[in-house]
Ligand binder design. Structure first.
Ligand code: WQD
Length: 337
């Protein structure tokens, strides 16, 4: 049974991927500093799998503890989610983001290399495409960063490309997520942002559950059919399944691989609001507000490469995403508390 370290495994995408790995026969060890997640998510996972999941509360900047962790476990690969991910906060605190995301990843890579662990799936982001001129976005398109968070993701991708080209023993998959939303069908795990949500779906579900009054739609004057921003929303369970496919590829092929993980479909903010109302029967009051600085009008993925090379594509619809997000939020009005 292959053993996988999942950094950030107590988080939204990390917990869903941990569940998928365990349900597909992998042994998983979770490392998380719990700065933006709750240990309760792991208790829920253990309830879902009917077993224990080894957990270590370790920070990426604590290299000594990571060295000890790699002495205690013979990992076959690492899936690296751990990192700070709030765009707005990254603009206010760039050094905090570079320290945690870049220095933390360098620490992880050094410990991996010294332990002979050279298989890595990295949680990248569509944000490395910068402010895209046009969609759909392809993996070989131009890369740039428009905020410090995006710069850390692009910097880490560059580090990993250099690492692989220096030594082909490094097998690496760079997974560029678009907009992950939804939750596991059980409603036991889901997205639990700290404070007022920045992202659309958790904001909508908090309006639906009565924690927030109404949705502010940032801009209805974009060059889009209904004037609101278009994104590629992907169900977190489809995303988790994409990680499984990427991991399995590393066990059979040498190389550095880059994949967009999205649906390949664009949906506007109003499409999402209407889908949520259709899926749940709950009306979401909203008002149009000025555009949010830094927002692109349209951003969605070309997903043909992942389909061709990984045999992976999404199965869940916008309605599924809304239904599952609401199932999680309605069962957990205050998240994991
Ligand atoms: C989606 C759409 C908003 C909130 C961000 C990060 C990105 C990635 C995913 C990490 C946009 C509109 C939103 C609200 C709104 N994170 N919106 N009212 O900005 O596409 O991507 O999350 O990798 O790096 O930038 O996602 O959910 O914030 O916005 O109208 O209260 O919803 O304008 O059109 P975004 P989002």
């Amino acid at each position: 049974m292959k053993q996988i370290l999942v950094t950030g495994g107590a988080g939204f995408i990390g917990s869903h991927t941990t569940l998928e790995l365990i349900q597909n026969g992998f042994k998983v060890v979770v490392m998380d500093n719990l700065s933006n997640s709750k240990i309760e998510s792991l208790d829920r996972l253990e309830k879902l799998i009917g077993g224990k999941i080894p957990f270590y509360q370790i920070d990426l900047l604590d290299k000594e503890s990571m060295i000890q962790l790699f002495k205690n476990h013979d990992f076959d690969a690492v899936i690296h989610f751990a990192g700070l991910k709030a765009v707005g906060e990254s603009v206010q605190k760039p050094l905090y983001y570079y320290q945690n995301n870049v220095t933390g990843t360098l620490n992880l890579l050094e410990v991996m290399n010294n332990s002979g662990v050279n298989n890595l799936v990295f949680s990248s982001s569509a944000t490395v495409y910068g402010d895209p001129e046009e969609s759909p976005l392809k993996e070989d398109g131009p890369l740039s960063s428009v905020n410090p968070y995006g710069a850390t993701k692009l910097t880490i991708e560059n580090i990993l490309r250099d690492l692989h080209y220096s030594d082909s023993k490094w097998r690496i998959s760079l997974l560029r997520y678009f907009n992950p939303v939804g939750a596991h069908e059980s409603g036991e795990i889901g997205e639990d942002p700290n404070g007022i949500p920045n992202n659309l779906m958790p904001y909508v579900t908090q309006v639906a559950v009565g924690k927030l009054q109404k949705l502010n739609i940032y801009g209805n004057d974009y060059e889009t059919p209904d004037g609101t921003g278009i994104r590629d929303y992907i169900h977190v369970v489809d995303l988790a399944k994409g990680h499984l496919k990427a991991l399995e590829q590393l066990f059979s092929e040498e190389g550095l691989f880059t994949y967009n993980l999205g649906t390949g479909q664009g949906s506007s903010v109003l499409d999402m609001v209407h889908a949520f109302q259709e899926a749940t029967g709950i009306n979401i009051p909203y008002t149009f507000a000025p555009r949010r600085p830094g927002d692109a009008a349209i951003c969605y993925a070309d997903v043909s490469k992942a389909e061709r090379e990984l045999g992976w594509k999404t199965e869940r619809t916008l309605i599924d995403m809304c239904r599952d997000s609401w199932n999680w939020q309605s069962k957990n009005p205050n998240g994991f508390e």
